[in-house]
Design a protein. Structure first.
Length: 102
């Protein structure tokens, strides 16, 4: 059984027991969250939502929060003596999927 959920403008395919990094939610470790933005659920047969599946809930437990490695964005325009170097570190909340209810 798997579900496709939406979080922070991104879509994730999740199963029970999966660990994934979502956008920061400012929650304590061991807190539970319910994700109701479920786009599709497959439990033998595929249920698609328009846009979300009614009554479908994905429950997750917060493991920790942190910051990812730095991502460097470097842009260079050749022959123009123009270059820009920028970077950022993404804040995340790591969760473990505990239950998918369709």
């Amino acid at each position: 059984m798997y579900a496709i959920i939406k979080n922070g403008g991104k879509q994730y395919k999740v199963q029970e027991g999966d660990i994934l990094s979502l956008d920061k939610m400012s929650l304590e470790p061991k807190a539970t969250i319910e994700i109701t933005e479920v786009l599709a659920v497959n439990a033998g047969e595929l249920k698609m939502g328009a846009p979300f599946v009614e009554g479908a809930v994905v429950t997750a437990e917060v493991i920790n929060e942190g910051r990812d490695r730095k991502v460097v964005i470097f842009k260079k325009r050749r022959r123009k003596d123009s270059k820009v170097k920028r970077g950022f570190r993404r804040d995340f909340t790591r969760v473990r999927i505990t239950k998918i209810a369709a």
